[in-house]
Write a protein that binds this ligand. Structure first.
Ligand SMILES: Cc1cc2nc3c(=O)[nH]c(=O)nc-3n(C[C@H](O)[C@H](O)[C@H](O)COP(=O)(O)O)c2cc1C
Length: 349
């Protein structure tokens, strides 16, 4: 078996770099878009609703949500990441949003860093998602490490992220993805919580979703293209000129988020489905939900807010909720379930 050569402290530096680069550099997709701009809601001039009665509540993987929004997996492992996670968790608890933490590999390798992820005491009631890179299953990780990540976080489910392009561009990335599907299948059978397969911004296609569903994953987060470009993030970090260039060449690589949702919904009408990648406001989130997602995830906007203060995260959550509410009101739909059933999203491009 190949052994990943990265030390725990190197993994920690990498996590700090990711936050700094995402905040300070322009690492959004330069040209590729989410595809959501091709859609427009059908306006209803007479909603016959009291806006105060609009209800955003829903469920995901059996857990109630105040709003079908997810703070996507981002960070952990450093003091700054700890502050960010605490701020995000407090607001998630207030509005009953779902929340993921960043890859817990750094804590598996150095258990002293567990506390930088621990948000359960701040957010006892939320849907909370653990996170590890699926490729680590080829580098000495197995059931035990996954179980630890879940237990330490008191998580409701485990996200396994799939990030082949990021690993190609990343300095000393882990690029042996051979045989992973079988290992994912084994984990799905053995773990006591649901497993969610997620990309990191390059998308999951319909055919790949089918293979992951057959392997036993309980849900998929498409994490499509159109938002944060991990090729660009890793290009900023890379010392090697080939990797720097790879990151620029592949900055726009991937399947737009809207295409992922459509492809997956076509083959798996009832699969619990998360849309993320490039969602930047409540209108984007509403479009993703109307296209068939059950939950809409945002990473970069929450990172920006959480790097400032808990009040900034609260302000962001409030505006996202106001935008979602406005979509429901102005399409005449009292609930998210009605919005999805009503076919009020029109393709215009
Ligand atoms: C600072 C930062 C760190 C991230 N770390 C992880 C991670 O550890 N695991 C993961 O699955 N995704 C990670 N992501 C990817 C996001 O969850 C998301 O899939 C991606 O950024 C696209 O969403 P966005 O366009 O809303 O940013 C990270 C994103 C950011 C901004």
């Amino acid at each position: 078996m190949t052994v990943s050569p990265l030390s725990a402290s190197e993994t920690q530096v990498r996590k700090a770099d990711h936050i700094r680069i995402c905040l300070d550099a322009d690492v959004q997709c330069p040209q590729n878009t989410t595809g959501l701009e091709r859609y427009r809601f059908l306006h209803c001039c007479l909603p016959e609703l009291d806006q105060a009665d609009i209800d955003l509540q829903s469920h995901f993987l059996g857990k109630p949500l105040g709003v079908p929004l997810l703070i996507s997996s981002m960070t952990g492992g450093t003091d700054q990441a700890h502050r960010i996670n605490q701020r995000l968790a407090a607001v998630a608890q207030h509005h009953r949003l779902a929340m993921g933490v960043g890859s817990q590999r750094v804590a598996v390798e150095n258990p002293d860093l567990r506390e930088t992820f621990a948000v359960r005491s701040v957010a006892p009631d939320i849907l909370l998602l653990a996170n590890l890179g699926a490729v680590q299953l080829n580098y000495d990780y197995g059931l035990e490490q996954c179980q630890r990540a879940i237990d330490w976080l008191e998580a409701d489910a485990l996200i396994l992220h799939l990030n082949p392009l990021q690993e190609c561009v990343q300095t000393r990335g882990d690029t042996n993805f051979k045989g992973l599907l079988g290992k994912i299948e084994h984990l799905c059978e053995a773990l006591p919580v649901p497993v969610i397969a997620k990309e990191v911004g390059n998308g999951i296609s319909g055919p790949m979703a089918r293979r992951l569903i057959e392997a036993g994953v309980s849900a998929i987060d498409v994490a499509g293209a159109g938002g944060t470009s991990w090729a660009r993030v890793e290009s900023e970090r890379a010392q090697d000129p080939i990797q720097r260039r790879l990151g620029n060449t592949f900055a726009d690589w991937g399947l737009p988020t809207a295409d992922c949702i459509e492809q997956i919904r076509a083959i798996a009408p009832s699969l619990p489905l998360i849309a993320s990648g490039g969602l930047r406001n409540g209108l984007d989130a509403a479009k993703a939900l109307a296209l068939g997602a059950d939950l809409a995830g945002l990473a970069y906007p929450f990172l920006q807010a959480a790097s400032q203060s808990e009040a900034a995260v609260e302000a962001l959550a409030e505006v996202l909720i106001a935008e979602l509410t406005t979509v429901l009101f102005c399409t005449g739909q009292p609930t998210i379930q009605d919005l999805r059933a009503a076919e009020v999203l029109q393709r215009v491009g």
